[in-house]
Ligand binder design. Structure first.
Ligand SMILES: [Zn+2]
Length: 441
């Protein structure tokens, strides 16, 4: 008998890689934070002596979800400015509140609130872009969550930095350098959008990103208004400007990409750009629906993000994945346009690929981090189970997620968060609500 840290025994296991496979009654073996073996449960019980044996007889085990685009701290602004367009939402709701309240303390509390929601709904890795990114990284490490921390760049001053040069300097000193080789934290540059950046800043960013070998993510072609504003100011569509400045390449994650021309789609495919598809945020803000089936047909890697809880209004990847599958079918009038298998892959392994982490996470394979989520399909709304993959994508709710492991640590144990003091977190969230309300009335 060999010792192992954890042996997880779900009714079904969907590894995502190999694709479209459902394993019945298999054990997943975890050692030192990584998956070391996947084998029939009977064999696993004979071969291994686990410190922890976790049996889940009505559950499906999947790789944890990878949320490729959010602004975690904005969870404190959930529901604060609803029923308006992106432009009004930003200018009248979000930006004035941020100007008044964004601070290290606000980012700390908001990020923890977001992480609590994400872990409880099966997400094991999120890609973030917000001010005080060093606090986002610190908070993720404190509660042992995997994160891709994007360092923001804009031309105007905020509580975090005064100008684009300072955003980039602070990013290097506080985030990219200290976390260059961290097991949980990866980093990238996150210029907000083309309209918030000068050509000079983009050029400097490109040099820095190459030097540090980090990726870049940017909101791109989210709305027709964004494209119109760019045309008016620069005479160019944001995509064309980025392309000319050398930003469109395989290390770019284009967030939203709702409005793209055929020729732009072609260049994306040739360049190896990934797209962060955020369907519910696009719907809620009335931005449009990204042509995901066209992107996928062109060979572009499309991953799924929730965007912030201020424009969604949840960080629940099960709902986001289902919405992506439904919209792809509805917009293409084809019920086979995005299968359950493809939707799950977009929400896991394709997300890892979009962040440059596909060798470390995103599927249940020996050698990868044990980033796992267990979902109870014995609930009434998921019964009976003909096909666990289909039930997962089209019936499962966030409250059916019972267990989550991140790098082998049991972060959600039978529905209970193990590294986060929920009561204290809720008290702090309510204090922030009171502060935000006091400044808007
Ligand atoms: Zn966003």
């Amino acid at each position: 008998m060999q010792h192992c840290d954890t042996l997880i025994a779900p009714r079904w296991c969907i590894p995502v890689e190999p694709s479209n496979v459902v394993l019945n009654d298999h054990g997943v073996v975890v050692n030192d934070g990584r998956i070391t073996d996947i084998l029939p449960l009977e064999e696993a019980r004979q071969k291994y002596q686990p410190s922890a044996f976790v049996e889940k007889s009505g559950h499906v085990l999947i790789p944890g979800f990878i949320n490729v685009h959010t602004h975690a701290a904005m969870s404190l602004m959930r529901g604060m400015a609803d029923d308006v367009s992106l432009d009004v939402w930003l200018r009248k709701g979000i930006w004035p509140a941020e100007e008044r309240w964004v601070s290290a303390e606000m980012v700390r509390d908001g990020t923890e609130l977001a992480i609590a929601e994400m872990i409880a709904s099966g997400t094991t890795c999120f890609s973030d872009q917000y001010f005080f990114p060093e606090i986002v990284a610190e908070t993720a490490v404190d509660v042992q969550m995997r994160a891709m921390v994007g360092t923001p760049i804009i031309e105007f001053p905020t509580a975090w930095a005064a100008n684009a040069a300072e955003y980039m300097n602070k990013a290097n000193d506080l985030v990219h350098d200290p976390y260059a080789d961290h097991p949980l934290i990866s980093t990238c540059f996150a210029p907000h959008s083309s309209n918030a950046m000068s050509d000079e800043s983009f050029i400097e960013l490109r040099v820095l990103a190459d030097q540090l070998d980090v990726r870049t993510q940017i909101h791109l072609h989210q709305t027709t208004a964004e494209i119109g504003e760019a045309l008016q100011r620069t005479g160019k569509r944001p995509f064309d400007r980025l392309h000319e400045l050398g930003i469109v390449n395989a290390s770019l994650l284009a967030v939203h990409a709702v409005h793209m021309s055929d020729s732009e789609i072609e260049v994306f495919a040739e360049s190896g750009v990934s797209i962060a598809h955020c369907p519910r945020s696009n719907l809620k803000l009335g931005s449009g629906i990204a042509p995901v089936t066209r992107y996928r047909a062109a060979g572009i890697n499309v991953a799924i993000g929730t965007d912030s809880a201020a424009s969604n209004n949840t960080l629940d990847m099960l709902s986001e994945m289902r919405m992506a599958a439904l919209l792809a079918r509805g917009t293409s009038a084809d019920a086979s346009a995005l299968s359950a298998n493809e939707a799950l892959r977009m929400a896991t392994l394709d997300g890892a690929a979009a962040l440059g982490l596909a060798h470390e996470t995103g599927s249940i394979e020996a050698g990868k981090w044990a980033d796992l989520a267990c979902i109870d399909l014995s609930h009434i709304n998921s019964q009976p189970v003909y096909d666990p993959l289909s039930q997962l994508v089209f019936t499962a709710r966030a409250d059916q997620v019972t267990d989550v492991w991140i790098a082998g640590k049991h972060q959600l144990d039978n529905g209970k968060l193990t590294h986060i003091d929920t009561e204290n977190l809720l008290a702090r969230s309510n204090e922030w609500r009171d502060r935000f309300v006091s400044s808007t009335h």
